[in-house]
Every structure is written in structure tokens, then in C-alpha cells.
Design a binder for this molecule. Sequence first.
Ligand SMILES: [Fe+2]
Length: 326
Amino acid sequence: MGNCFPNSSTKSTSEISPATAKPTSAVTVKLSGPPNSLATSYLRFALLHKKVHLRFVPSEDEKPTIHVGAETVSGSQEVLLRYIEDKFPEPRLMLWKFNLEGFDEATPPIVKMIWLQHRSMLWHMERMVRWSEDLAARGGRRAVDPSVGTPKMEIRKFAKSYSQLHEIMVEHAQMEERILFPVLESVDRGMCKSANDEHGRELPMMNGIKEYIKSIGVMMDSGVCSEELFSLASRFKSLQMMCKAHFEEEEKDLLPMVEAAEMGEKKQKKLLNQSLELMRGTHSNVCDFLLQGLTPQEAMQYLDLLMNFADPNFISSFICQQDIAG
Ligand SMILES: [Fe+2]
């Protein structure tokens, strides 16, 4: 698994992630710990939020360790977080409650998870839109940034990025249709009709874009194809607009109803785990990609949900197959 947060200043605009905002602190922090652990990843995002220069060193030690200058601190996640917060007071970590966008302790975990997935998908969508516009503006010519490679290499990278986003979007929609919507429909039939219809319209569009990128890759063998690149950019823009409106509608009309359905804690936990099971591909193959679309603090909230509500055996069966900290 590659580095999910490239920090090279030579990256093109499409390669910039919210977590790569330039470090503002002059301090370098070394974090070591197992690369496939949620706890290590959580601490990594806490340090990224503090905008320090971060060096991650994978280690087999069970417990993550932080080194700052001559100081070395090891211990529980809580101890290390306290240390980070004391050592680098600004910007503060909002550690003790889920306090983004009006969520509180009563907000069901599945609602928080869906909301965070929407944030990540929208961020990636925006990145793809900008990247496709940049490709079209260059008329298929080589990017200024040499690390992008030849146009053929670039379109391959573009296709890979889109297929990762596609995997998350398809699984996210299936999860809503099979887990969330039936719960809401059982309390008020017809409530999810419009969201279901939206999914039905978006899926063919998403698949169409996938095929179109493939055909552009083939066409590139015989030279530039600026017209197709402009058409690709406009398809992305339409998909982005559709998704934005649809996510907003879900967040406004459907997600508050999950809380209103007054499910017990046990049922809520079950729903979250069923959702994770349905999104196994996302969490096995593209978890770092999903987290990349979030700010460090949002990524911490996502990991927090997994650590607090997901079945530990289930988590170790998929999330530990990849390096999500490095
Ligand atoms: Fe959704």
C-alpha cells in the first residue's frame, strides 16, 4: 500500500489532499508503531492536525511511540493523545466528543459514518473534476510536474483514482439501499423513494465514465484526444453536481430520521457492523483512499467509529490487510 498522503511539493493540484497542508510547525515528530493498526493511524492524523513535520517509522512494537527531540513517549492511545495536545496546543484537537457539524453523542454511528463517507467522496470528486479540467486544458499534453509522467501514464493514474472512488461510491450506495433504507422504510414507507431513484440515475453515469476513461486510454495510443478530454471533464462536473445534491438531500431528509427512529444502542451497533460488512471492499482495498478525502480531524472521527463500534474480529479480518498509517 502506497503512501496515502504524499507530501512532495512537486505534486500537481490534483494530488493535494486536505491532510497535506504544509506543516507550520518547525518541529519534527517521529511516530513509530505497527502500520496496519487503527491506533497508530489515529495518532498519525492527530499529529497531521497539529501540522508538525511527521516521520512515520513502521515497527513491530505493539504500542505506538512518539519521539520529539530527546523525548520518547509510549503508552496507551489516551496517554499519547494527551501528550500531543500538551506538547502542541494549537490547533486544538476536539478529542472528547464527536462535535462536527452538530453531531453529538446521541447521533447514531451509522449516520456519522455515512456523513463522513459523503465528505470523502465529495472531496475526491472535486479532485477528479479539477484533474479532468486540467487534462482537457492541456489537450492531452504532458503535465508540467514531471512526477505525473507521460500523458499515457497520467491517464492510467487517473483511471486508477477513479476506480477507487467508484468502488467506494458503489458500495456506499449498496449499503444505504440494503441497510439504511429498509430500516427507514419500515417506520415510514416511501421515505427513501427519491434517494433510491437518485442511485438508479447515478450508477449508469458512474459506469459510463469508467468505460469512457478506458477508451480515452486506448485512443491516446494514436495521439491527443482533446475533444474527448473536454467531454470527460463535463461528465465529471455533471456527476459531481448530481452527487452533491443527492448527498445534501440524504443528509437533510433521511439521516435525521435514523435518530428519530429511536433505535437502541445494540441495534445501532448492529446496523454499523452490517454496513461495514457490505463495504468490505472499501475497507479492505481503499481505506487509505477513503481517509485521504477527509481532514485529519474527520479521519480521526472515522477511525474512532471503527474502534468503538465495529466488531474487533471483523476489523482485524479486513482493515489489517493494509498499511493505513504509513
Ligand atoms: Fe449516501
